[in-house]
Design a protein around this ligand. Sequence first.
Ligand code: PHE
Length: 361
Amino acid sequence: MENLNSIKKEILQKIKSAESDDNVEEIRIRELGKKGRITKLLSELGKLNQEERKKLGPEINDLKNKVLEEIEEKKEFFLDQTLNKKLLEEKVDVTLPVKSSQNTNGRIHPVSQVLDEITEIFGSLGYEIADGPDIETEYYNFNALNIPESHPARQMHDTFYFDEFDKDQGQSVLRTHTSPVQVRTMEEGKPPFRFISPGRTYRCDSDQTHTPMFHQIEGLSVDKETNLGHLKWTLETFLSSFFEIKNTKIQMRPSYFPFTEPSLEIDVLCDRSGPVLKIGEGSDWLEVAGAGMVHPNVLKSANIDPDIYQGFAFGFGLDRLAQLKYGIPDLRTFFSGDIRWLRHYGFSALDIPTLSRGLKK
Ligand code: PHE
């Protein structure tokens, strides 16, 4: 048998000076492969007498283990080296401008854009966001809002009814407005309240300004001294922010909703004399919302004492706000799923650093 020590020295030296992972693999095969030198030494042990075997056996095994260990270490070294090289080469420069070809893929729908803008504005006014189900019960959609069964206002709403019926809650309906969220949210908390609730609403109606599914945004503010002046300030502040104009004026017209008293129609100042409608200028008025002071019966439905608390509520058509701000004429096109329409009216998430940047670039 060859001198094990010199074999060991020779192999370890070779591993040390290997220049690549391939080199190391070659050494492994040459020494430890099926026909490798160390493999052969091990197989030849059987031919030796017992004494020699006892002495050489452990030595050859040690040699094998040592060589294996060194090979693994060296292989790991080369693996790290390639990884590091790759990391350096593939470094992403996040300061590079986005290629314009990458801008054409996804677009943000005007409804999402406007919703984001509105929630940001009301968020900064201290409003929370409340949510409610699209499939409502007659109780929350009507009764709790001071619209009893025989009330003609139920007919006003062109409601979609389900067959499902509950003896306390009445028939299931697709909610016709976001106002049911008023009662649902007040039931669950304690006054004071200040929240908005955006969402889908449904009415059996379809023409240039109506679609069976549309979006509303409800607002509610309830406290001990909340009054109409607060409502006026809130709506003027919101509309000025949203339309990005300075101090727009609103006009409050008497109206009727069963769940508010007094009830108001909110008009915003506008100019219709030119080819495009201008909000916040001129001497015309444009209806944008329904509002009023919360009816005592609504507060009672939510177990709130109307002798202590009072508040205001308002409801905007979200799609209508998007139409007005971004000049989109036909409401039905919003939901027709036409990709060309979305490319034209949609917003690129990459052009604008935050969703809520609105008109100004
Ligand atoms: N829910 C009313 C509608 O859909 C709007 C509204 C909301 C009016 C809140 C007053 C107060 O027409």
